[in-house]
Design a protein around this ligand. Structure first.
Ligand code: HEM
Length: 352
């Protein structure tokens, strides 16, 4: 319970009004407010991702934000060959564990102070780990921390701009306005497609990993994290409960229905991954975990479901195994109020 209380702060202190609104309406499976439909139910969430035609690059949608953060259209372009090849390259990179030694080395180096009574900032570990992995995935020799910081700043700038109330919609076909961080990211990542992948790979894991370590420390889940049999179940459960990408903002490109509610072209859909995966209802359990069909919803659904899910699970499993050796406790934590996804700016731990 202590873990959930602490973790709630990442929402309450970063997006208080939005999460109050979502909390107040969550008892209905969907709610319409003007042209916006909030979708809380599991079936409605799947309908929204698989049965409604979506404008994948509309301003205010995840695609629009990723595009402004430096990414190209290719990944979000519905069924194009480039879309498939980007998805394949992420899948193949993990096959054969080519990338695992990269993040394992970061863990080995950065967790050392825990063995000599020192402290470690889990957010700094996550930044270096995701930056090193993204650089290896893209085959660029960018400095890992610089690459990850640029990906975080580019995403934060784009999300702030796109979700600003009263923002004027951009004309279709116009190039997105990009911040300095987005331009730096494209340069470091070597291409727009690389920038998009870096944004997706870095921001989700820099949110998830420190929240997961804090959760294990607060509810003393280190025995499960140390156990190779229970660890994969714990990882799936933590990802379900943390729902690092808690809301998927989408825009309908045509008419459809979401859990029986009609949706019209141009409507905004706020698909609440956190509620679809029952993150708010049941805590992580290795004895009675949620069915995989529900847990995997935090990675989306349908042809655009996250191609990095395996990579994310493998990174988190290795990180939890490495931290579990020290059974750390949290000494200090501060919420990141400006990040694109709810998370911490610092989670300082020491061996327990
Ligand atoms: C805990 C970590 C992660 C979470 C929670 C997460 C979640 C998501 C979600 C919800 C989507 C949208 C799915 C949909 O529209 O149905 C997505 C898309 C995507 N993710 Fe992830 N993700 C994570 C890690 C990663 C990593 C590590 C990578 C890359 C290595 C990655 C690459 C992508 C890409 C490229 C897309 C766009 C896919 C498409 O449009 O076809 N993600 N992710």
């Amino acid at each position: 319970m202590r873990a959930r209380r602490r973790d709630r702060l990442v929402y309450l202190l970063s997006h208080p009004f939005l999460f109050a609104l979502l909390g107040a309406t969550r008892f209905a499976s969907s709610v319409r407010i003007g042209r916006t439909v909030l979708v809380h139910g599991t079936d409605g969430y799947v309908d929204g991702l698989t049965r409604v035609p979506l404008d994948r690059t509309a301003p205010g949608s995840t695609g629009g934000i990723a595009r402004a953060a430096g990414g190209a259209d290719v990944v979000f372009d519905e069924e194009g060959p480039e879309h498939r090849s980007t998805r394949r390259s992420v899948g193949q990179a993990l096959a054969g564990s080519r990338l695992a030694p990269v993040w394992q080395e970061v863990l080995r180096q950065r967790l050392r102070p825990l063995g000599t009574g020192g402290t470690v900032d889990v957010v700094e570990v996550a930044v270096e780990l995701t930056g090193a992995t993204a650089a290896a995935l893209l085959g660029v020799d960018a400095h890992p921390v610089r690459l990850a910081r640029a990906a975080r700043r580019a995403a934060a700038d784009a999300a702030r701009d796109h979700l600003r109330p009263g923002r004027r919609p951009q004309k279709p076909g116009r190039r997105p306005q990009r911040s300095d961080a987005a331009r730096e990211l494209i340069e470091l990542a070597g291409s727009e497609r690389g920038a998009m992948l870096a944004v997706a790979a870095v921001n989700t894991m820099v949110s998830a990993l420190p929240r997961a370590v804090a959760w294990c420390a607060d509810d003393d889940l280190w025995s499960a994290a140390a156990d190779p049999v229970r660890r994969p179940v714990l990882v799936d459960e933590l990802l379900r409960v943390l729902a690092p990408s808690p809301l998927l903002p989408r825009v309908a490109a045509g008419d459809g229905t979401v859990a029986g509610r009609p949706v019209r072209r141009g409507d905004r859909l706020i698909l609440v991954a956190r509620h679809a995966a029952h993150a708010h209802r049941r805590g992580p359990s290795t004895v009675d975990p949620a069915p995989p069909k529900v847990a995997q919803l935090v990675f989306g659904a349908g042809p655009h479901a996250c191609p990095g899910a395996r990579l994310a699970r493998a990174q988190l499993a290795d990180a939890l195994a490495a931290f579990a050796v020290y059974r750390p406790v949290v000494v200090r934590a501060a919420v990141d109020r400006s990040a694109a996804l709810p998370g911490w700016s610092t989670v300082e731990v020491r061996a327990g």
